[in-house]
Design a protein around this ligand. Structure first.
Ligand code: GH3
Ligand code: MG
Ligand code: MG
Length: 425
């Protein structure tokens, strides 16, 4: 079998090999020579047999076969081989087209790997974006609403339902007193429903415990078709933590400024309030009144009926003061059985009206002690006006107190205004 010195396969990129039926070299192009690492001279039947698994290739008669070529250096190269029977000068031979796929395969694997890595990275970024925007929304909700817990809680539950596609959610508070529903959102708004499912293991209700301090711990409950994923649970816990610490702050603040026996502000709050009011009002000197209310013969309630009844009297008087004043007025328990009220935008006559209303409401409404029945309670009241009667907080308190003293001196259950008491003192 003889082939002309030059032929069409000489300069093509693919490797071409022509052998006799016995796999003896008839022709190999440069590409094949380079691929296998054999010069034309060394391309004998033995070397070729080491390079290509001829029996496998010819036996299968497939047009394209994946195979492995072994180079002279022993390196294995993945190839695709196409075998054809040919006849040259009446002699049968074989034509092999050999395509090196090792580089393509390696590249494909490399790109597949990189693509996977990028996809994983994109999904991590997506998640981070989701988490950050969610937590940001929670933080800004907490920032916008100052001191209005129910509204904040509902809004944050709404945010949670919206972001996680939950149909409904609730926030509960667990304390020594038991379980309380603080807020709900979505289709289940009845408190009873949430209290019922609180202890039960219900497949579509997930419970996320958010521990606050000893005094406050919260539970977020959400309805979701699938069980919560670990990362979602952690994210909700993080958001819940923010909410809880806000509620705790509010609770601490409330405890710091509210008198627990009466629910009115405490003395410290009132003093700060008046001091700041005067400081802010240096130029305009907008008028406001200070009223001091003192329960008459309060010691007797304690002595005759005990401290519990005494405390009930305190709560009763506090309630009457709240009823007699406007929401914008600031009412506080100032000492044992003394109360103060700051009324803004009021003149002397107006202030006297408020004082009289407080005194009258305490005297007229019957007070029933839980253990001792109907008791008579009266209060004495004194008032002074800023800046008419005093320009400092200390003077204002002292003047209102002097007026109160006059009410006491004049027989109790009375009302006196500082500006009108000089001649009486
Ligand atoms: P007056 O008409 O002159 O005001 O007589 P009073 O008895 O009301 O006045 P006094 O200031 O002599 O007594 C106030 C009493 O209030 C003394 C104290 O034991 C009692 N007290 C102070 N704080 C509390 C409290 O939180 N609860 C109770 N039950 N009593 C208190
Ligand atoms: Mg007193
Ligand atoms: Mg008293």
């Amino acid at each position: 079998m003889i082939l002309q010195d030059t032929n069409v396969f000489d300069n093509i990129i693919e490797s071409v090999l022509i052998t006799s039926g016995e796999f003896e070299l008839v022709y190999a192009n440069t590409a094949f020579s380079n691929l296998v690492g054999l010069t034309a001279k060394r391309m004998n039947a033995k070397n070729l047999a080491q390079a290509l698994p001829f029996s496998d290739l010819v036996g299968h008669k497939a047009i394209n076969q994946d195979s492995t070529l072994t180079t002279v250096g022993g390196q294995k190269i993945s190839v695709q081989v196409c075998v054809e029977d040919i006849t040259i000068d009446n002699t049968k031979g074989l034509l092999f087209f050999i395509h090196d796929i090792s580089v393509e395969g390696a590249l494909l694997n490399k790109y597949r790997g990189e693509l996977k890595e990028k996809e994983a990275y994109i999904s991590i970024l997506d998640r981070k974006l989701f988490e950050t925007s969610f937590l940001l929304a929670v933080t800004s909700s907490l920032g916008v609403h100052k001191g209005d817990s129910p509204e904040i809680m509902t809004q944050i539950l709404g945010l949670i339902c919206n972001k996680f596609s939950f149909p409904t959610a609730a926030l509960l508070n667990v304390s020594e007193d038991g379980v309380h529903v603080l807020a709900t959102f979505g289709k289940k708004s009845e408190e009873d429903y949430w209290l019922k499912v609180f202890d039960k293991t219900t497949p579509d209700i997930s419970r996320i415990d958010m521990f606050g301090s000893k005094t406050f711990s919260g539970v977020l409950m959400v309805e979701s078709q699938n069980p919560l994923k670990k990362e979602d649970r952690e994210l909700l816990q993080q958001a819940g933590g923010q909410l809880i610490s806000r509620l705790e702050q509010e609770l601490l603040y409330t405890t710091a400024i509210i008198d627990s026996k009466t629910g009115l502000y405490n003395a410290r709050f009132l003093q700060d309030y008046i001091t700041n009011k005067i400081k802010r009002n240096q130029t305009q000197k907008e008028m406001f009144g200070l009223i001091i209310v003192d329960i008459d013969f309060f010691k007797k309630f304690n002595e005759k009926f005990g401290h519990t009844t005494g405390d009930e009297v305190l709560a009763f008087v506090a309630k009457q003061i709240r009823t007699a004043t406007r929401d914008s007025d600031v009412a506080a328990r100032f000492g044992g059985e003394e109360f103060c009220v700051v009324t803004t935008k009021v003149n002397q006559n107006g202030l006297r009206g408020v004082m009289e209303r407080i005194r009258g409401l305490v005297e007229k409404e019957p007070f029933f002690s839980s253990t001792h029945g109907l008791l008579n309670v009266t209060v004495s009241v004194g008032g002074a006006i800023y800046p008419t009667h005093a320009e400092t907080a200390d003077d204002l308190f002292s003047n209102a107190d002097q007026a109160l003293y006059v009410s006491k001196k004049n027989g109790r259950n009375k009302v006196s205004m500082f500006g009108e008491i000089d001649e009486e003192l």
